[in-house]
Design a protein around this ligand. Structure first.
Ligand code: ATP
Length: 454
């Protein structure tokens, strides 16, 4: 059942231009994907809404857009060069690599300082892929992706693609503190790329090597961190529930166990979504104490602190971090909104996405494609709507087929220009979810859709 739904979503994504496997003409490039025309719009709408909710509608947040390349010392300071590891087991027969902690029966514990993994319990020694015999040797595998900068051979510097997007927020704390007249508490938000040499891949967009993270780092006084932690937990859960529109029954909180929690974190919870059979992580909301600023301060020789003019106190702020993946939100949204319904004994596939997130808000159809007056009038309506909303033109096949196509990509309103339009300037607007049609005067059309979008 779960595999079936997954296959249907992957197929829809490809068929309708949401997601294409990267470099497919070369046979693909494992677990790297491109957003196609529809996917780009959906991803953009998710990003835009996130910025609106996390930055625009608040008074204490600043948005940055940091570079992918950073000084390599930043990754030493953060511990990524040593401790950003997964436990690797390689099958000697088929040479496939696996995460030991994902093989049946294995229990491992990571030393978060050294990145070394200790085997607590050895599990199955059967290769999950070829059924060959596994050798029970676990190696530490660093997930950072490295590249080189510089133009002179032999003098190039090894740098890392961001293993997590948020690191330049910590580095930009100082210039933001000094240029933006900030008062604590305040936060920095960023949507940025992250790259990881993941061992276990698969699951479509859930685990990929190149993805985007949508991060909030909220700086506050240590004694207030518990209060703001609880506030941000509510805000972020609500994002998935109310803004993305995921159902309550498929969302949950999971607290990190003491063994799993990184040693410097005061508390750590993940928001999880039941994509198919299991709950899996959408976002981590963690109280990271003052560790990040302390570490970057130690390695850079700068003091990353804040002076509180009221209490005349200087301190290193605590950070509440909310780090979610764009691809996971995108995927969860598709899983949640994919429906198959029977309409007059025919199956319709419909994406019941919130209109604000839908790639196209409207589609315009002339009733038939071979009547000049209808086409001219429909083009006028199309040109009227286009500057206001993402609007698609469709005159291929009959109206029923066009509705089905728009249902599949989640377009909330289809506007049809028919013979009556030529007489009284009204069009039909058909609602994706109820499939009901209303006649609306073209003069009121923009307002009609704007009101529905609100
Ligand atoms: P997981 O163990 O579930 O892969 P993680 O704990 O390593 O995730 P974090 O380092 O906390 O993830 O990253 C924050 C968020 O970034 C995750 O909650 C997830 O939404 C997203 N993310 C992390 N790794 C990937 C990946 N390989 N592909 C897609 N999204 C990812």
């Amino acid at each position: 059942m779960a595999d079936d739904l997954m296959e249907k979503i992957v197929s829809l994504c490809k068929r309708r231009g949401f997601v294409y496997p990267s470099s497919e003409i070369y046979g693909g490039f494992a677990n790297v994907y491109d957003f196609g025309p529809l996917g780009s719009l959906l991803a953009k709408n998710i990003r835009d809404l996130w910025i609106k909710k996390m930055v625009q509608e608040r008074e204490d947040m600043f948005l940055i857009d940091g570079s992918i390349l950073m000084h390599p010392k930043a990754w030493e300071a953060s511990g990524h060069t040593t401790a950003f590891t997964d436990p690797l087991i390689q099958c000697p027969v088929c040479k496939k690599r696996f995460r030991a902690d994902k093989i049946e029966g294995w229990e491992l514990k990571k030393n978060n300082l050294t990145g070394q993994w200790e085997v607590l319990k050895q599990g199955s020694l059967v290769c999950p892929d070829c059924q060959g015999n596994l050798i029970p040797v676990v190696k530490e595998f660093n997930l950072l992706m490295a590249t080189e900068v510089g133009s002179v051979t032999g003098e190039k510097t090894k740098v890392y693609l961001k293993g997590e997007s948020c690191q330049n927020i910590y580095l930009d704390f100082l210039p933001i503190r000094d240029t933006m007249a900030v008062k604590i508490p305040f936060g920095i938000a960023q949507i940025g790329k992250a790259f990881r040499n993941e061992i276990t891949l698969g699951k479509f967009l859930f685990k990929v090597r190149e993805f985007e993270q949508m991060d909030v780092e909220y700086f506050c006084a240590p004694e207030e961190s518990d209060k703001f932690y609880e506030e941000w937990k509510k805000i972020r859960f609500n994002w998935y529930l109310e803004e993305i529109g995921l159902s309550k029954e498929r969302l949950r909180w999971r607290q990190h166990s003491p063994e799993e929690r990184i040693f410097y974190a005061k508390d750590a919870w993940d928001i999880e979504y039941k994509f198919f059979d299991e709950f899996e992580e959408l976002e981590g909301v963690h109280n990271r104490s003052d560790y990040d600023l302390k570490q970057q301060g130690k390695f850079s020789g700068k003091t990353l602190n804040y002076f509180d003019p009221i209490n005349k106190k200087r301190f290193i702020p605590y950070i509440i971090e909310c780090s979610g993946g764009l691809q996971r939100s995108f995927f969860a949204l598709l899983v949640e909104s994919y429906r198959e319904e029977m309409v007059k004994s025919e199956k319709r596939i419909v994406l019941k996405i919130k209109p604000v997130l839908a790639p196209y808000k409207t589609a315009v159809f002339p009733l038939v494609a071979n009547k000049q007056e209808l086409i001219e009038k429909a083009k006028k309506v199309f040109n009227l709507l286009k500057p206001e909303f993402m609007t698609m033109w469709d005159d291929i096949g009959n109206i029923g087929k066009r509705y089905r196509r728009q249902d599949e990509i989640g377009t909330p309103w289809c506007v049809t220009i028919d013979y009556q339009t030529l007489e009284d300037d009204t069009v039909t607007v058909r609602d994706r979810d109820t499939m009901k049609q209303e006649r609306v005067n073209t003069k009121n059309l923009i307002q009609y859709i704007q009101e529905k979008l609100r």
